[in-house]
Design a protein. Structure first.
Length: 85
């Protein structure tokens, strides 16, 4: 939704917003799987606490590694329409 009033973060901080959202989603899925495998059912409080700790641990990792991964991907890819042939 570029260019609408929904944009809350300046574009230059997009990588940080991406990292926050990506780490939250990753941790939510990982802790849900872990909580379910601990027993029958999914106690919401146990999951929420596990999610919070996992997210706090993953957020700095994602924010620090994401720019490096984007540079690596940038070197491994080429712009659209730049075909060898």
């Amino acid at each position: 939704m570029r260019g609408t009033s929904f944009a809350l973060v300046p574009e230059r901080y997009g990588h940080i917003a991406y990292g926050v959202l990506q780490s939250a989603l990753t941790c939510a899925i990982a802790t849900a799987v872990s909580s379910v495998s601990d027993g029958l059912g999914l106690p919401i409080v146990k999951w929420a606490v596990s999610w919070l700790w996992a997210w706090l641990a993953m957020l700095p990792v994602v924010l620090l590694v994401s720019p490096l991964l984007r540079r690596i991907v940038g070197r491994l890819t080429r712009p659209a329409g730049d075909d060898y042939g």
